[in-house]
Design a binder for this molecule. Structure first.
Ligand code: FCB
Length: 442
């Protein structure tokens, strides 16, 4: 079975994805406020190449040409995020008309080109002014987020197809507040768990508020999920695997679909468990119209020495992540089996590879193969009964890869950061051809 002979349903949504901080640049233009990533990047040593998001792909100025490029790929949808501090610089108080107008032009530009806008409200760039008041660890931020969601709905809600509240709450909570390797760079497990609870609560309350305001867009959340495998069959490895499955998957899926946190994880957390108020869990479990799954690789868990990724004999991407497409099928089938999930979208999938631009071409066979194999894995999940709504490549173009700076390239379009020139890689050409085939009925 390969993608050449695959027929996806005609309403299956094909897309490409980006996020605001990673592509926009214009960090201090037209009244935009600082985000926690603007300030985090200023700390010495936290970003691999010492870079920041000040210019990034300069998409804030080049959005029109970028939309033409997206349209040229033949995709149905574009997943992007709104920068909260661009539209409401301090996260409370005055709104920034220039920022709102930018996203209005972007959404109208997509619609004019026949591309469905898939909007994410929070792809990590919290207004710095809110962080100064405790950020996501402060329960007040939940109410600010609901206001933000309603403000975006008031301007764009009639034109976007889909609104995701948060992108990858585990990453914000754990990498941002426990490991401290992402903004805001805090290292405290208790704080991280409270952050995860506030993110989930703000998701549920935003959904309720958006629906009460008559929002017609399809509402959901985007999670980063990996199937967990034990490195060996030993009891210790299996126990660790179950716990990590609890921390990464069930900690988010159980509250969203069963209105409770997993007992085994709560026990391990002890006094670090979050403070939960009466009614919170029911709010979190507010029904969703879709759920987004970001998938890059599986996780292999060992109770002793960390598992060596080289030992699997699989291809490894430039991030050091194992290429493991069947893990995507396994994950989607498990979600379908264990939870009453709404239609699932792969909202991110792709790979960083060492690309070389030679004579205007990038022969990125590794990335092309990666995408093709993962699309096949989605088709297999559908054959096994999973209700899938769409698939989106991460990413449209090379961009600011967080703590890795500009060193890791995920784009199907190459970006020359000196000239800002965009060049379609072979993977983009492949995707274009594949989508054309799908449109013609396979
Ligand atoms: C995900 C993020 C996305 C991108 C990819 C590689 O965790 O959502 O912004 O950085 O990883």
């Amino acid at each position: 079975m390969n993608t050449k002979s695959m027929h996806f349903p005609p309403n299956f949504v094909w897309g490409v994805a980006t996020s605001a901080f990673q592509i926009e640049g214009a960090a201090a233009e037209d009244g935009k406020g600082l985000s926690i990533w603007d300030t985090f990047c200023r700390q010495p040593g936290v970003i691999a190449d010492g870079s920041n998001g000040d210019i990034a792909c300069d998409h804030y100025h080049r959005w029109e040409a970028d939309l033409d490029m997206i349209a040229g790929l033949g995709v149905d949808a574009y997943r992007f995020s709104v920068s909260w501090p661009r539209v409401r610089p301090t996260g409370s108080g005055a709104w920034n008309e220039a920022g709102l107008a930018f996203y209005e032009r972007l959404v109208d530009g997509l619609l004019a080109r026949g591309i469905k806008p898939y909007l994410t409200l929070n792809h990590w760039d919290l207004p710095e002014a809110l962080q100064a008041g405790g950020g996501w660890a402060n329960r007040d931020t939940v109410a600010r987020f609901v206001e933000y969601a309603l403000g975006i709905h008031a301007r764009l809600g009639d034109r976007v197809v889909s609104i995701a509240t948060h992108n990858e709450p585990w990453v914000m909570a754990h990498l941002g507040h426990e490991a401290g390797v992402f903004a805001p760079g805090i290292k405290n497990r208790r704080t991280a768990m409270q952050v995860s609870h506030h993110l989930l609560l703000s998701h549920g309350l935003a959904l309720q508020a958006l629906r009460a305001a008559g929002c017609k867009a399809r509402l959901g959340i985007v999670l980063n999920l990996s199937p967990m495998h034990a490195a060996t069959d030993s009891a210790a490895d299996r126990a660790k695997m179950t716990l990590e499955d609890g921390q990464l998957l069930r900690w988010y899926l159980d509250p969203l679909f069963k209105a409770s946190y997993p007992q085994d994880v709560l026990e391990v957390l002890g006094a670090d468990a979050p403070a939960v108020e009466a009614g919170d869990m029911a709010h979190i479990a507010t029904a969703m119209d879709f759920m987004g799954v970001n998938y890059y690789s599986r996780s292999v868990v060992s109770a002793g020495e960390p598992w060596d990724v080289m030992s699997s004999g699989r291809e490894i991407t430039d991030m050091g992540w194992e290429v493991y497409p069947e893990g995507l099928t396994e994950l989607l089938v498990r979600l379908h089996r264990d939870y009453p999930v709404p239609p699932l979208f792969v909202t991110e999938n792709g790979g960083a590879f060492k690309d070389e631009l030679v004579d205007g071409r990038v022969h990125d066979e590794g990335r092309t193969r990666y995408i093709e194999q993962h699309i096949e894995a989605v088709a297999e999940a559908m054959r096994q009964g999973v209700n899938m709504g769409g698939y989106m490549v991460w990413s449209l173009m090379d961009n600011f890869e967080w703590a890795s700076g500009y060193e890791k390239r995920f784009g199907i379009v190459h970006v020359d950061y000196t000239t800002q020139q965009r060049t379609l890689k072979d993977s983009a050409r492949w995707y274009q051809g594949f989508l054309q085939q799908q449109k013609q009925g396979g």
